[in-house]
Write a protein that binds this ligand. Structure first.
Ligand code: XCC
Ligand code: SF4
Length: 632
């Protein structure tokens, strides 16, 4: 096999740990990616169909005489768009099911069952008002219960449209209505995609993509938004705070617990349990100095946004964390958990603890999480980790890299920061006006979101980091979520010193507002925060989201959730640059539709650009073009 160095990363800790893992004879994601080469061309192009058992059918493009249709007669356009739509539906399902769990947690909180409570009363009241819930002469619990029930109804209500669509600018809602893609109920849109992409159903690629767009919108403006908003109600809306990031946050003489996955219901309870005096004492009895909690992937984002818990790393660092030998338990819930973890823990004392019925891994210990007994179960889990400390037997190697940065920029936090420069006499507090003014004057050219995962097809973290640096250099404010946020904080882009990378305009804004040029807005469901922010800016300016000088990028995306996010962003009028091509290249028609024609209908479109420097140029071009159209 050709020896290629798959572990190209711009993160030193990752490179070091990868080399160390190799020395130790451990297998990591990079080794498996290398062993997988060459990857299947049919799959890569989206040209393989397994939707019925007459297949698999694959369309052969490279030779003239190969089959050009599936056995049922499905064309490449049908097959490619169906595969794409199914991936979007799966992604929307994952995000939305997360949202549903949070709504359920709020319901329990309202009934005083379990350990959750309403921590952000203002946000609850705001949502209640938005949803026409009666608040006068009612207790907070009663209001919370009704809001939770209404949120749960959003998944399967028989009539009407999603309530949060009301946040979008009027022009946007008209576009959705006219196209028939305003989502009705979240589950329904996902089910409809699965139905219409069943064998012998929808064969029109445009119609298939429209339905996928509807499901994607039910994620962004439905499941994800419910996830974010109700998480804020239960656990508090994030405010800026300082934290540390990278594998160097692990501490040799402490019980190290990593929480990894997505839903804050579990991780919030673990945060409480890890501070329990009895458990800390138990840890000390085992010879440790205390308990050190760190987060990975989106769970890491959730608990750092609300508690400043250190961020241990992103998707590609999960195996490496275990290879440090210092992790006493890795506690996981759902999504982005590599099944390989159960293999790598065999070489260490680390306990891999699964907690969700939706995600069990052979070889892991399963300790089922129950929202009604959250802290009790969390304490049991932390106890497992603490008692495991004395079982450490391998050499410990923790890379020293740990960056400092600021996190916690929820939409509400951003508004509050903008208040600092708002002359309350001239304009009311809590408006986006200062942001709009900065954009209009050209001090800020625009804004871009950098989101998404890690993918071996792009050097680890460097897609995110290079793009962010290129954009802030050109006075474009960057907001980020997900594994992109981990990449940016590790590269120092969330520290105040990052102004040194900025153009003059952005540097001035950052200094005035005391913010870093790259703002951590949370986990992937929190991209809904960005939708809310953009909607309010558009509404303030009396226009649509598609008119704004903004863009989004997912330089290293890999998950189905990312495909759903990409499509709801495009369907919300946003220009989205992908660093990795989705599996659609088998149909030129579908590629043209998603990267060009769709813009005429929805105002946003996809662009594929694997080189982050070129991606930055394209974003700058797009932003400048939008500015010109706005006459600013
Ligand atoms: Fe997963 Fe959310 Fe992607 Fe990271 S960014 S690899 S989806 S953890 Ni969501
Ligand atoms: Fe083949 Fe059509 Fe069945 Fe797909 S649905 S596997 S293209 S016969």
């Amino acid at each position: 096999m050709k020896e290629t160095n798959f572990c190209k990363s711009c993160d030193n800790a990752t490179v070091k740990m990868y080399e160390y893992a190799k020395e130790m004879g451990l297998e990591t994601i990079w080794d498996r990616a290398q062993a997988m080469q060459p990857q299947c061309g049919f799959g890569e192009m989206g040209l393989c169909c397994t939707n019925c058992s007459m297949g698999p059918c694959r369309i052969v493009k490279i030779t003239e005489d190969g089959p050009k249709k599936g056995i049922c007669g499905a064309t490449e356009d049908t097959i490619v768009s169906r595969n794409f739509a199914r991936a979007v539906a799966a992604g929307a399902a994952a995000h939305s099911d997360h949202g549903r769990d949070i709504a359920q947690a709020l319901y329990h909180a309202a009934l005083e069952e379990g350990d959750y409570e309403v921590r952000d009363k203002d946000k609850l009241l705001k949502i209640a008002k938005e949803w026409n819930v009666k608040v006068e002469n009612r207790s907070l619990k009663e209001i919370a219960r009704e809001v939770a029930l209404m949120a749960l109804e959003e998944f399967g209500k028989p009539f009407g449209k999603l309530r949060f669509l009301g946040r979008a600018p009027e022009k946007r809602r008209v576009i959705w209505d006219e196209l028939g893609i305003s989502p009705r109920a979240i589950d329904r849109e996902v089910v409809q995609v699965m139905h219409s992409t069943h064998m012998g159903c929808d064969a029109d690629y445009r119609n298939i993509i429209n339905q996928a767009a509807k499901a994607a919108l039910s994620d962004g403006w439905g499941g994800s938004m419910i996830g974010t908003e109700l998480s804020d109600v239960i656990f508090g809306t994030p405010v800026p705070k300082k934290t540390q990031a990278n594998l160097g946050v692990l501490k040799e003489n402490y019980v190290n617990i990593i929480v990894h996955g997505h839903e804050p219901t579990l991780s919030e309870a673990i945060v409480i349990a890890s501070k329990d005096p009895e458990l800390i004492e138990l840890a000390q009895k085992q010879g440790a100095e205390g308990i050190n909690l760190a987060g990975m992937c989106c769970t890491g984002n959730e608990i750092t946004m609300r508690h400043g818990v250190p961020m241990a790393g992103n998707f590609f660092q999960q195996e490496l964390a275990i290879a440090t030998g210092a992790v006493d338990a890795m506690v996981v819930d759902v999504q982005c958990i590599m099944p390989s973890l159960s293999e790598i823990v065999k070489c260490y004392h680390t306990k891999l603890i699964t907690t969700s019925l939706k995600a069990k891994v052979p070889g892991a210990i399963h300790m089922e999480f129950d929202e009604e007994k959250a802290v009790e179960i969390a304490k049991k889990i932390v106890r497992e980790a603490v008692l495991n400390y004395k079982n450490r037997k391998q050499k410990i190697y923790i890379p020293e890299e740990k960056a400092q940065g600021y996190v916690g920029y929820s939409y509400e936090a951003i508004l509050k920061i903008l208040d600092k420069v708002t002359n309350s006499f001239a304009h009311p507090a809590g408006t986006v006006k200062p942001l709009v003014d900065a954009m209009k004057s050209g001090v800020l050219r625009g804004a871009a979101a950098i989101v998404g995962c890690n993918n071996h097809k792009v050097p680890h973290d460097s897609g995110h980091v290079t793009l962010a640096k290129e954009l802030i250099k050109r006075d474009i404010l960057v907001v980020t979520t997900g594994c992109g946020a981990h990449a940016c904080i590790k590269a120092g882009l969330m520290s105040m010193d990052a102004v040194n990378y900025c153009g003059k305009g952005l540097a001035t804004c950052c200094e005035l507002l005391e913010i870093p040029p790259v703002l951590h807005m949370g986990s992937c469901v929190d991209i809904s925060r960005i939708l809310t922010l953009l909607s309010d800016v558009a509404k303030y300016m009396g226009m649509d989201i598609s008119d704004l000088p903004v863009a989004a990028a997912a330089p290293e995306w890999m998950s189905e959730k990312a495909q759903s996010i990409g499509l709801y962003a495009v369907s919300s009028g946003i220009y989205v640059v992908l660093g990795v091509a989705p599996a659609i290249t088998g149909s030129e028609t579908v590629v043209n539709y998603l990267t060009s024609d769709i813009e005429k209908i929805l105002g946003g479109r996809f662009e594929v650009e694997s080189d982050p420097v070129k991606a930055a140029e394209k974003i700058v071009y797009h932003i400048e073009m939008k500015r010109k159209m706005l006459g600013i």
